[in-house]
Design a protein around this ligand. Structure first.
Ligand code: UN1
Length: 493
């Protein structure tokens, strides 16, 4: 019988009020059930929001450096437990161990970085236009934050949201993806052990339509921070609009790498492999379009496909595995449907294009690393986020055309250009409309202290990572008049 886990509400570990549970399954071996988790509904969400509301007033008054000390302790615990957490992450979510270690490391980096903000969280002072008057702006917490996170970065993305929300003085209800509830539980345990008072952080497991939707519509929530698909993000934003909630969205991507004719091709191939097949293509930053200059198209394609064929598919705990499983059956089917669409559209499939069921892989959700070639920029394969190991190679005649193709997308998260020509690199930096652009490196691997987010349907104008304080605080402008008389701005001129 698998272990039964609980929600964490107002300092207590509790079952869902319905008593129902769901299974947490290893995608590399579906026979392994990692645990049973509470299938929460609006009743559980209501208790969690109530607890978060009740603790907000005392938590916001704890000095920020003291709030942050808890986070320093949490970061230390993450460091101590990095290997154990990485192993568990691979079992729960499938990504290969070295990437799972990276995911834990990203949470460590974020937790230290934002803990440091406890002693910064700078406001601004500026002169008043009137004599004997002082002006400044300071940050205030927003209130109760709902953090809704995806499964692809089961520790890193929760850390991007929970740590800044808490250091800024908000209280939190955390609804992690139903595919990775155990990593979320471990993270919450660590934050509690590090000293968070009861009610400040609450964990509610369950499904989006049940627990997530209840959270987004609950009148006691002030801010929703969501990472997931653009379709769901749009629904979240619409619901938030109805009740004037703040909302920060990180959504889909269709990220592109441009490979120019002067590129270092070894580097470009390596970067494209890493960007397209890292995390089995299941990053919002994954390189899913490879836009290659016609002069090097054949050579790039040959070298790239040769490398792809060498990628070893398997359980991420095996050190020889390059590419792990995809997260669940639904995703596996979805990816394969795109292969069928590619076939129907007459797109070439240079390798892969099949569900893989050989040997140990028969027990899990494996998809062969796939390469689509001669893809037209308008085709569905080049436009829709597939979230799997299947990049599309798109030929281009020039830098201008390549940039147009990059921008010809409803998404705008990450992009990259491989070129040795500084002039071309700067044109790309200026003209590509994405939140992140890499030069001579792949589309993935953002560092926590720089702004992370995207344009168009990738986001709604916010940035996580660096600049995340703007998500989790409201500005308050303060005027202090020490003139002893009524002074009138704009009138006393
Ligand atoms: C995501 O896929 O949602 O830049 C986040 C990267 C990682 C974060 C990805 N640091 O690829």
């Amino acid at each position: 019988m698998p272990q039964v886990y609980k929600n964490y509400i107002n300092g207590q570990w509790v079952d869902a009020q319905s008593g129902q549970t769901f299974e947490d399954i290893n995608p590399a071996n579906t026979e392994e059930v990692l645990g049973l988790f509470p299938r929460s509904t609006e009743k559980d969400v209501a208790s969690a929001v109530e607890a978060a509301r009740a603790s907000f007033d005392s938590w916001r008054k704890v000095p920020a450096p003291k709030r942050a000390e808890i986070m320093f302790r949490a970061a230390e615990k993450l460091v101590q437990r990095k290997e154990e957490l990485a192993q568990l992450m691979t079992r729960e979510m499938g990504k290969v161990l070295k990437e799972a270690r990276g995911d834990v490391q990203e949470a460590i980096d974020m937790t230290y970085y934002i803990a440091g903000e406890g002693r910064r969280m700078f406001g601004e002072t500026t002169p008043s236009e009137l004599p004997n008057k002082f002006a400044m702006s300071i940050r205030m917490p927003v209130g109760v934050v709902a953090a809704i996170t995806p499964w692809n970065f089961p520790l890193a993305i929760p850390s991007w949201k929970l740590v800044p929300a808490l250091v800024c003085g908000n209280t939190v209800v955390f609804k992690p993806a139903e595919d990775t509830p155990l990593m979320a539980t471990r993270f919450v345990e660590i934050l509690i052990e590090a000293g968070l008072p009861k009610g400040v952080l609450n964990l509610v497991h369950g499904f989006g339509e049940e627990a997530g939707a209840a959270l987004v519509t609950h009148p006691g929530v002030d801010l929703v921070s969501f990472t997931g698909s653009s379709e769901v993000g749009r629904e979240v934003a619409l619901k938030c609009a109805e009740s004037y909630k703040r909302v920060s969205l990180e959504m889909g991507g269709k990220n592109a790498i441009i490979v120019m004719d002067d590129a270092n091709l070894d580097l470009a191939v390596e970067g494209a492999i890493w960007g397209a097949f890292g995390t089995t293509g299941q990053r919002c930053t994954a390189a899913s379009r490879l836009i290659v200059h016609k002069k090097v198209l054949q050579e790039f394609t040959d070298r790239f496909v040769a490398q792809v064929k060498k990628l070893k598919l398997g359980n991420g705990l095996d050190p020889n595995t390059d590419v792990g499983p995809v997260i669940n059956e639904q995703q596996l089917k979805r990816i394969h449907r795109y292969t069928q669409i590619a076939r129907e559209e007459g797109i070439q499939i240079l390798t892969g294009g099949e569900i893989y069921k050989e040997g140990e892989c028969a027990k899990g959700y494996f998809y062969l690393p796939t390469v689509f070639a001669e893809v037209k920029p308008q085709s569905r394969i080049a436009q829709e986020e597939i979230f799997g190991p299947c990049p599309a190679i798109i030929p281009a005649e020039s830098l201008e055309e390549a940039i147009d193709i990059v921008n010809n997308s409803k998404y705008g998260l990450s992009s990259a250009i491989y070129t040795q020509d500084i002039n071309k690199a700067f044109v790309a930096i200026r003209d590509i409309y994405t939140g992140i652009t890499y030069v001579n490196s792949s589309t993935i691997g953002a560092e926590v202290h720089l702004p992370f987010g995207g344009t168009k349907q990738t986001g709604n104008g916010h940035r996580e990572g660096g600049h995340v304080l703007d998500v989790f605080t409201e500005w308050k402008t303060v005027y202090i008049d020490y003139s002893g008389k009524l002074q009138k701005a704009q009138i006393d001129v």
